[in-house]
Ligand binder design. Structure first.
Ligand code: UFG
Length: 327
């Protein structure tokens, strides 16, 4: 059985769908504080808070668990700057509850949702995994601390892990079954599309004075279904006896905030109201991945690398679900 924490969330729910397609037995652990019951397309759902250490232990003692895929976390860079305490508790302390339960019950495989935010402001791009890590916000530091802990759980407890450093997850299930529904929404792509249907009056573009060609931040957008596939490949690699370790997941192409606005306008076929606003704290100017290692060692090959395709899948879902999972 595979434990998927945060399986009712955005990337987690897409990964659950990919695992179900492979007929993997799944138990989703989610407190539904940010996730959605309707996003869990199958498997068992246990509504628990990972802060409840005893409840976590009980599940590991009850179920025959082979591996843990750990998505459950807080994931807003600006919120982490405002409230680091909440972030360290949710992202580090709660992960330790899982790891302790795994050690206690001899569960060996762990796949971790890490982030490009572990790098901080990169010295060169594209960023490879051996680039130095110097997070510039608490969110990135929480992810790095767990990665570091995983190395020692590997050395001393025999835990085998893969940390997947996502760049900018975007898009929605191409079949239209799942999408992105954060409340409040803070990510660029869904905000632009919500503005296109009139649910957001206008989108603030945070900073046009960065040292980039058009002054706005550059990011590497990667389709959520491609991220989901990477988790299945990581599981295969661990089962084959692979060493695991850290892998970037991005398309290796950087798009400025302005070029994402242009892509969204092409996809929706009309102008989207935006305004220039001050920089957002914690935002590095450029984040673009080298994912060569994931290609080489996991066999990962993104299927939806084109930005317009990524945005179109998100648009299809938002048009069909203007109220998200409340529809
Ligand atoms: N942006 C805007 N206006 C908005 C929202 C975002 O201009 O209303 C800009 C941001 O400043 C950034 C880009 O659009 O330059 C993308 O922002 P997102 O909030 O969509 O994504 P982030 O790059 O902040 O965050 C993503 C992941 C995080 C991860 C981070 C790495 O969501 O989990 O990349 O820095 F940590």
């Amino acid at each position: 059985m595979i434990v998927v924490t945060g399986g009712a969330g955005y990337i987690g729910s897409h990964t659950v769908k990919s695992l179900l397609a492979r007929r993997e037995p799944i138990v989703v652990l989610d407190d539904l504080s940010e996730g959605h019951r309707d996003a869990v397309l199958g498997g068992k759902l246990e509504t628990i808070d990972l802060g409840d250490r005893e409840a976590v232990r009980e599940i590991f003692h009850r179920e025959p668990i082979e591996a843990v895929i750990h998505f459950a976390a807080l994931c807003s860079v600006p919120d982490s700057v405002r409230d680091p305490d909440r972030y360290f508790r949710a992202n580090v302390e709660n992960t330790l509850h899982l790891l302790s339960a795994m050690v206690e019950t001899h569960v060996r495989f762990f796949i971790f949702s890490s982030s490009a935010a572990t790098y901080g402001t990169p010295e060169r791009t594209p960023i490879a995994e051996d680039h130095r890590c110097a997070p510039i916000n608490p969110y990135g530091l929480t992810k790095l601390q767990v990665e570091d802990a995983l190395r020692w759980y590997g050395e001393s407890h025999g835990l085998r892990s893969v940390s997947l450093r996502y760049f900018n997850a975007a898009g929605a299930d191409p079949d239209g079954d799942l999408g992105e529904d954060h409340r409040p929404e803070g990510h660029l792509v869904p905000l632009l599309l919500r503005a296109a249907i009139g649910r957001v009056p206008r989108v603030s573009l945070f900073g046009d004075d960065y040292v980039t060609p058009d002054g706005t931040c550059i990011r590497d957008y990667v389709h959520v279904t491609d991220l989901a596939d990477a988790h299945c490949l990581a599981l295969d690699a661990l089962r084959r006896g692979g060493d695991g370790g850290v892998f970037n997941l991005g398309n290796g192409a950087g798009y400025s905030v302005r070029s994402v606005v242009a892509a969204a306008e092409r996809v929706v076929g009309k102008p989207i109201p935006t305004q220039i606003a001050p920089r957002r704290p914690g935002d590095p100017p450029v984040l673009v991945a080298s994912s060569d290692r994931a290609a080489r060692e996991l066999g990962w090959k993104p299927k939806f690398a084109d930005l317009d395709v990524i945005v179109s899948t998100a648009w299809n879902w938002i048009r069909e679900h203007p109220d998200g999972y409340d529809n």
